[in-house]
Design a binder for this molecule. Structure first.
Ligand SMILES: [Zn+2]
Length: 382
């Protein structure tokens, strides 16, 4: 669907506005998508970890639609084939997670795992374990919800599964996701003389180099797309692909772009909400990727950040997205268009993946080793 944007009018606009009013991001509805509406949409996108563009496209609309629902306003249950989606489901999942029930990620989708967690909760508080969340279950949740706050079991489980998978790259599956791709989505595009640099092409190049290096280290490597896909995949489709492959890790590659060409630097993102629920393994991978790149390349450190983007939220394995600099920055661009520099980035990401599986952080300083040295270090240990 075409994005709804500034200047648009009609019932769609007033519907968006009434949701924003309900969220206290906008004062009144007006039927015209004006500046105030755009500001409210941007604030909403920021609060939900959606790309901030002030447009209401598919992802933003789904988040807005789901935001109407406050926990307790409707009965929640596992509906097939179309699962219930909404902010109320996310609140329920976060509450259950805090209490130690395994709902999987708080992805706002009432799926099988959420229904099982609800049934387990119901059993333990003496209700009929039907897996749906009606008035009685809500009452029990309200009664207990704030008293029991503990470990974050999903992340402990994720960490444990990761630990059990062993310190070895051989046989592990990694998905590399070059961002964008497809004739109408090239990501950030910067013309330079007769040339035209695109985020989609540069990231495919990095992905292909990385594929070779990771495969040589014994990993099974999958790319989410080829160099010139027929159409652009959504974040959800990329996540589903990685889930269906049973991947152990996913690394998504992007570049940043801003009108202000003085902005430069590298940033890495992992799954997490503002409420402190985060993928600890994802956060660790983000830290490693960010540090290796910054130390090895000297790019500006724009740090790591928790986001709830589709790709981070819907994947079942530790997932990070790294923005490898600003294509709009002459400083970053000069380096990014150099294949030798991209090779350096590949080396850094490879080292970060190695460090995920080989706990040598205290022994070997960041940026100082290559993979062969790392293997040697390990071989020398008792
Ligand atoms: Zn991008």
């Amino acid at each position: 669907m075409r994005s709804i944007r500034r200047g648009d009018t009609g019932p769609g606009v007033s519907e968006i506005q009434s949701i924003l009013v309900g969220l206290e991001l906008l004062n009144a509805t007006s039927d015209v998508f004006d500046d105030a509406t755009e500001t409210a949409v941007r604030a909403f996108q920021q609060s939900r970890g959606i790309g901030i563009d002030g447009l209401v496209g598919n992802e933003t609309w789904q988040a807005l639609d789901g935001a109407r629902w406050k926990l307790g306003a409707r009965n929640l249950f596992h509906s097939v084939p179309n699962a219930l989606v909404g902010e109320d489901v996310r609140t329920l999942q976060e509450r259950l997670l805090e209490m130690g029930y395994d709902t999987g990620r708080a992805d706002a989708i009432y799926g099988t795992r959420t229904a099982h967690a609800v049934a387990q909760f119901q059993r333990e508080v003496g209700l009929t374990p039907d897996g749906s969340c009606g008035p009685q279950t809500m009452k029990a949740l309200r009664r207990l919800g704030r008293k029991v706050v503990g470990g974050r079991p999903q992340w402990l489980r994720e960490a444990e599964a990761f630990r059990q998978s062993g310190p070895n790259l051989v046989g592990k599956t990694i998905v590399i996701d070059p961002g964008h791709g497809g004739s109408d989505d090239l990501g950030v595009v910067v013309p330079e003389g007769p040339l035209r640099w695109t985020e989609a092409d540069l990231m495919f190049d990095v992905a292909a180099r990385l594929e070779g290096r990771l495969a040589a280290a014994g990993m099974r490597v999958h790319l989410t797309r080829g160099p010139a896909p027929a159409r652009t995949m959504t974040g959800a489709e990329r996540a589903m692909l990685a889930n269906s492959l049973g991947a152990d890790l996913l690394i998504s590659l992007h570049l940043d772009g801003l009108e202000n060409e003085t902005a430069d630097g590298v940033a890495t993102y992992h799954y997490g909400t503002g409420n402190g629920l985060a993928s600890t393994v994802g956060e660790r991978l983000a830290n490693l990727v960010q540090r290796e790149i910054v130390v090895r390349t000297g790019m500006r450190d724009c740090r790591i950040h928790a986001k709830t983007w589709e790709l981070l939220r819907l994947t079942r394995m530790p997932t990070v997205r790294v923005d490898l600099g600003y294509l709009t920055s002459p400083l970053d661009r000069d380096r990014l268009v150099n294949p030798m520099f991209r090779e350096q980035i590949v080396e850094a990401i490879l080292a970060a993946v190695q460090r995920m599986y080989f706990p040598v952080e205290r022994d070997v300083p960041t940026g100082s080793i290559d993979v062969r040295q790392l293997r040697l270090e390990l071989a020398q240990r008792p």
